[in-house]
Design a protein around this ligand. Structure first.
Ligand code: PGA
Length: 259
């Protein structure tokens, strides 16, 4: 049985005081929910704060990116080991905002993923098509190339240590979301493609959906058999909304392994 996982992606939002209030409310809101996993991915400067506030709770924390090199002359960059020093469980890798705004490639994501795993982190690898690609009907081809691009470098065995996230770029921050059926179809496609390499890895893999997930649409999405949780952007900045989504995940029927 795959446990649902709900991950907040705060992006470049927050300050010490706001974070403190938000984390306090999230911790209080998810206390006692033990049927699903929860995490908050904060900007790098706030990892220490997250560690201090979340250490004794059922909310894990993580980073939003790690560099593709172990260390060196990379001004402004942060390594997997640096974030691991602050007790992170997760690191988001290959988010479409990194791909689009910072020109990060599949190869770069693959290198970051390998280092994240080496540093003891669970990478959350993001994939998804742009609006143009969606409208051109090439979603599967795009997702396949993003998947194969890392698979070739990371290797199938390490995929057992990775969480995937399907995030159609046209649904991120737009209020427009993939229908549960559309999202399920892509998740199923991802799992089937991985199953061609390793059935067991595919069956155990958690694939999150991201892109305007809100309390109002979470239940329909999370009930889908191949949707194992959510990566939540804007709704994660309001404690009541994020907690509501966590509650849905906690109560959702567990997805059975099926490949
Ligand atoms: P959104 O962001 O929930 O605001 O659409 C999701 C993400 O980018 O991870």
């Amino acid at each position: 049985m795959r446990r649902k996982l709900v991950v907040a992606n705060w992006k470049m939002h927050g300050n010490l005081e706001r974070n403190r209030l938000l984390l306090q409310e999230i911790v209080a809101g998810v206390q006692g929910l033990h049927n699903a996993d929860f995490a908050v991915c904060v900007p790098h400067p706030y990892l220490f704060q997250a560690q201090q506030m979340l250490a004794a709770t059922n909310v894990a924390w993580g980073a939003q990116n790690v560099h593709q090199a172990e260390q060196g002359a990379y001004t402004g960059a942060v390594s997997a080991w640096m974030v691991a020093d602050f007790g992170c469980t997760y690191a988001i890798i290959g988010h479409s905002e990194r791909r689009g705004q910072f020109r990060e490639t599949n190869e770069c994501a693959a290198r970051s993923m390998k280092l994240a795993i080496k540093a003891g982190l669970v990478p959350i690898y993001c994939m998804g098509e742009t609006l143009d690609e969606y409208e051109a009907g090439v979603t599967e081809a795009v997702v396949a190339s993003q998947l194969d691009g890392v698979l070739n470098i990371v290797g199938i065995k390490l995929f057992s240590k990775v969480v995937f996230a399907y995030e159609p770029v046209w649904a991120i921050g737009t209020g427009r979301t993939a229908s549960p059926g559309q999202a399920q179809a892509v998740h199923e496609f991802i799992r089937a493609r991985i199953a061609k390499h390793d059935l067991e890895v595919a069956a155990g893999l958690r694939i999150l959906y991201g892109g305007s997930v809100k309390p109002a649409n979470a239940a329909q999405l999370l009930v889908m058999p191949d949707i194992d949780g959510g990566l939540i952007g804007s709704a994660s900045l309001a404690a009541d909304e994020f907690v509501a989504i966590c509650r849905v995940a906690n109560g959702a029927p567990g997805s059975k392994r099926r490949v």
